[in-house]
Design a protein around this ligand. Structure first.
Ligand SMILES: Cc1cc2nc3c(=O)[nH]c(=O)nc-3n(C[C@H](O)[C@H](O)[C@H](O)COP(=O)(O)O)c2cc1C
Length: 320
C-alpha cells in the first residue's frame, strides 16, 4: 500500500486520488440561470443524493484549479437559489462533455452543447429535454470549504419536482439497462452502468448468520471466493444434516432428460452453468469429488440457488 496525508501532496495529486478512488461517480448535469437571465449548463460528478424525506441532493461546483475563481454555476446558484439537475445517459455523454468547456458567462451552454432547453414547472432554470430523469431543485444552503483552487462549494438542494420518462420502469423500479446512465471515473474515463449491471440481494430485514458463522470447512475451501462466502453469510439459517441427506437422495433418483454421467459430462455442464446436472454427473465418481462438488456449488451461487449451494457445500465436510 502507498500511504499519504493530503498535506504532503500537491492539490492535483489529491484531486487525482479522489477521482480514481471515489468512483464511478454519478453525474449531475446542472442547469442554472443568472440574474440577467442567461442559461448555464455544466456537468458535476462531485454529486449524490443524501435523503428522501425531503429529497436532498448535493453537488460541488468547486473553485477553478487554474486561478481559484468561482464557476458560473456557483454564482448562479448564489444569485437565484434554483437549479435543475438531470441524469446523464450514454446517448448524451459527448454533448455533456462539451457543456463542461469553459465558455464565457454570457454564453448559453444549451446552444453550445446542442442540448434542448424546455421550461421547468416550479423553477426558472430550463430542463434538458434529452435527459429522461430531471429534478427541479431549490438551493437550501451552500457550504464552502476554502478559497484556494479546487476547494469545495457544496450546494445542498431540495428536489421539489421530478420528471421521469415513463418507459424507464420495469416492475416499479427504474431499470438500469433502460436508463443507461454513465458515471465519471479517473482521467478521461467514464463507465456505462448498463454494461456492468449485476444484482446483490439486500440483507435488509433479514437476520443474516454472518461470515463468521459459515462452517469452517466451507470458509477454508480453495474454490470459493470471498464473494461466495459473503453470499453464504447472507443466509438466515444453515440446513440440517438430514435435509442434506434427502437432497442427495432426491438428486440421485431424479430423472433428467438427455442426462449423462461422468467427468466429461460434468465439464460440459459446467460450461453451461447447469449446476444440478454437474453435481448429478459426478455423484458416483470418487476422484476429485470435493473439488467437483464445490465447483457445482459455485455455479449454484452464481445462479442464486442458495438452497442447492448450502446442501451441496455442507456435504463435503468429511471429504479430504
Ligand atoms: C463529467 C464531468 C464532471 C465534472 N465534475 C465536476 C465537479 O464535480 N465539480 C466541478 O467543479 N467541476 C466539474 N467538472 C468541470 C465543470 O463541468 C467545468 O468546470 C464547467 O466548465 C463549469 O462550468 P461553469 O463555469 O459554467 O459553471 C466536470 C466536468 C465533467 C465533464
Amino acid at each position: 500500500m502507498l500511504h499519504y496525508e493530503p498535506k504532503d501532496l500537491s492539490v492535483p495529486e489529491v484531486h487525482r486520488l479522489l477521482l480514481g478512488g471515489v468512483a464511478p461517480r454519478p453525474i449531475a448535469l446542472a442547469s442554472t440561470i443568472s440574474k440577467d437571465g442567461i442559461n448555464n449548463l455544466s456537468p458535476f460528478s462531485f454529486f449524490n443524493a443524501f435523503g428522501a424525506n425531503p429529497p436532498i441532493v448535493a453537488f460541488s461546483p468547486s473553485r477553478r484549479g487554474r486561478d481559484s475563481s468561482l464557476k458560473d454555476t456557483y454564482n448562479n446558484l448564489v444569485e437565484t437559489r434554483e437549479c435543475v439537475i438531470q441524469a446523464v445517459t450514454h446517448s448524451m455523454v459527448e454533448q455533456v462533455s462539451l457543456a463542461s468547456a469553459e465558455f464565457s458567462h454570457d454564453i448559453d451552454e444549451f446552444v453550445k452543447s446542442g442540448l434542448t432547453p424546455i421550461d421547468s414547472d416550479l423553477v426558472k432554470p430550463k430542463r434538458v429535454k434529452e435527459s429522461p430523469f430531471q429534478m427541479e431543485c431549490k438551493v437550501l444552503e451552500i457550504k464552502s470549504y476554502g478559497e484556494e483552487g479546487v476547494s469545495a462549494n457544496l450546494a445542498i438542494c431540495e428536489v421539489i419536482k421530478f420528471h421521469v420518462a415513463e418507459d424507464l420502469f420495469t416492475n416499479g423500479i427504474i431499470d438500469p439497462l433502460k436508463i443507461d446512465l454513465v458515471a465519471r471515473m479517473s482521467g478521461n474515463f467514464y463507465s456505462r452502468s448498463s454494461a456492468g449491471v449485476f444484482e446483490v440481494e439486500k440483507p435488509i430485514g433479514k437476520k443474516c448468520i454472518g461470515y463468521d458463522q459459515v462452517p469452517e470447512h466451507i470458509r477454508k475451501s480453495e474454490i470459493y471466493s470471498a464473494n461466495d462466502l459473503g453470499k453464504f453469510g447472507n443466509s438466515e439459517s444453515i440446513p440440517e444434516e438430514d435435509e442434506v441427506k434427502s437432497f442427495f437422495q432426491k438428486l440421485l433418483q431424479a430423472k433428467i432428460d438427455d442426462f449423462e454421467e461422468g467427468q466429461e459430462a460434468f465439464l460440459r455442464y459446467q460450461r453451461l452453468n447447469e449446476y444440478r446436472k454437474m453435481l448429478k454427473a459426478i455423484l458416483n465418481i470418487s476422484e476429485n469429488r470435493k473439488m467437483n462438488i464445490e465447483l457445482s456449488v459455485k455455479s449454484a451461487l452464481q445462479n442464486n440457488d442458495m438452497d442447492f449451494a448450502w446442501k451441496a457445500a455442507l456435504s463435503v465436510k468429511h471429504i479430504k
